[in-house]
Structures are given as C-alpha cells and as structure tokens.
Write a protein that binds this ligand. Sequence first.
Ligand SMILES: [Mn+2]
Length: 319
Amino acid sequence: MIAVPARRLLSVAKAYLSRRPLALCDVSDLDGIVCAALFKMAYREGVVVLAAPPDVRRSPLLRRVRWFFVADLPCPGKALVRTDHHASNSPCAEREFYEPSAPAAAVLAARALGLEGDERARKLVKLAVETDTAKIESREALVLNDAVKGSGYGGKLRLVNLLASKPLEEVLNDPFVLEAARRYEEVRRATEELAARLPAEEVFVAVFKKRLKLSFRYLCILMERKGSKMTAVLAPQGLLGLRVYLGSSSPEYDVSKIAEKLGGGGHPYAAGASLACLNRRKCAERVLAEIAEHLGKERLKVLIVDEKGVEEEWWPRGF
Ligand SMILES: [Mn+2]
C-alpha cells in the first residue's frame, strides 16, 4: 500500500507529464466525490487528487501545483476554476464559482463544468445536496454516502471513476460499492445506538477519550435531530491531534465562528477544526474555553465518553 501523500504526488506527476488537467476535490464526503466525478465526466482524461481541508492548508505539494479545477476546498494557492460553498473560505481562483448559500459544491461544479443540462450529472448533484444538507431521503444517497465513508483513498478514487463512467443504477449495485457501504453501515448503526442513549442538551458537548468506531459528524446530526440546538464533539485524531466537530440546528448558533477561532472552518450549521496538541487534555480545555466564551457561559456540561460508558462532568473542574 502506498501512503496517500505519495499517491497524490504520483497523480500530480502523471498529469504534468501527460499534460492532463488536474482536479483537487474534497475527500471527506459525497459532495467532494460528486464534484470529482463531474470533473471526470467533463474531462475524461483528467486526473483527480483528493484531499481534506487541513491537507490543503498544510501540504507543500498541494500548494505548489497549478490546479485546473478545485472543488469544495479552501484555496490551495494556484487554481483556474474553483467551486465552493464554505463561508469560511476566501475566493482565489481565476474563475470562481463561489456561493456560500449553495446547498452543495456539486451544484456549482455542474455549472462550472457546463453539465447543468446533463441528466446523469443532475442526478448526482441531487444526491450531493441530500447528503451535504444532512437530509438524506433517497436510498441512492444513503448507499453512496455510506460507500464514501466506508472507503479509503483508493476506494474513493474508484468510486469517482465509477460515478463518472457508469449509470447510477449500475454503480449502486457494484459489489465494490456495496461492500464499502456495508463497512460504514456498522459504524452508522453504532453511532445511532450511542446517540439514542445520550441526553439532547440544548448545547451538547461530548469529549471522546478514544476514537471508537463511530462517525462523529453523524453523531452531531443525530443529537440535533433529538433536539440539541448546538453540538460539539471532540475526538482524538492521529497520534496527538484533536478533531473538533461542530454543528448547529438553530440560527442562534453559528458554529463556523467557533471553528475559525480554532483554526478550522465550515458552515454556520456544520464546521470543524483539527488541532495539533502536545497534550490532548489541554487541547480539549482550550476548545471548551473557546466554546464557553462564544456562548457567553462560565460553565459547560460535558459528556466524557469511552468504551466503558458515559460520564457527565462540568467544565471547568474535575477535568
Ligand atoms: Mn460540500
């Protein structure tokens, strides 16, 4: 197995050597994957590189390349066309399709790539909107969402190529896609079971001591459906990092503001940040302090979760 940064380097080298257009799309959800598939529909010879927002900010490779097409990501540096709907990202490309009010970047990608009249493209865009607005209604959107979340880097590229080249029905019945979706389905179920046990405080804050096999973004969505107006989930990331997932179901709370203070970004209703920490507990304290300050509160009720169970604590104290 080749590490992801090396795979990205190989893709960039391949595109440079054969003078093929290069696209950089968000790796983390169906919106980014659909944007990449639309790019491949418009440019069959094109080469796709996938990355998460923090990769774009940090990777010297991604920042050096001159991208033909960038979707659902902050500015990597040099880009010809960029489609994005994150209020926290600022425009940079020569041709920007930037609309913070757009429900998904795929809507803008279809426009940018001249695919608005294409029936297959329209279907994919609809599914991207369903997942990006957390209103999954169709089985198609659910299966593809699960398949994206259940795939690694190579699997996601394969999904991009399938979506770009095959009718949707065929993709949905592809054994590779079904297997990836099944892998994530277990994570989804475990997350639903946990959410059912947790209290939906108006401001729901949970700190995970271990990563566990859960989808933390989905946990935010589930707690909001249960009645929480704002959600914050803190979970370990990598060796020493901390990932913060923020969500809001009410215009009273704009979580992108908190995310930006933490060096991340996103939308008013869904945002996040990745923190590099030397001491994870101190890192978590900093995040909680930032949330409390944003809310104008002195104390926060925090759920501490590990594989043994859930404990309620008050911050600051006993942490
Ligand atoms: Mn998006």
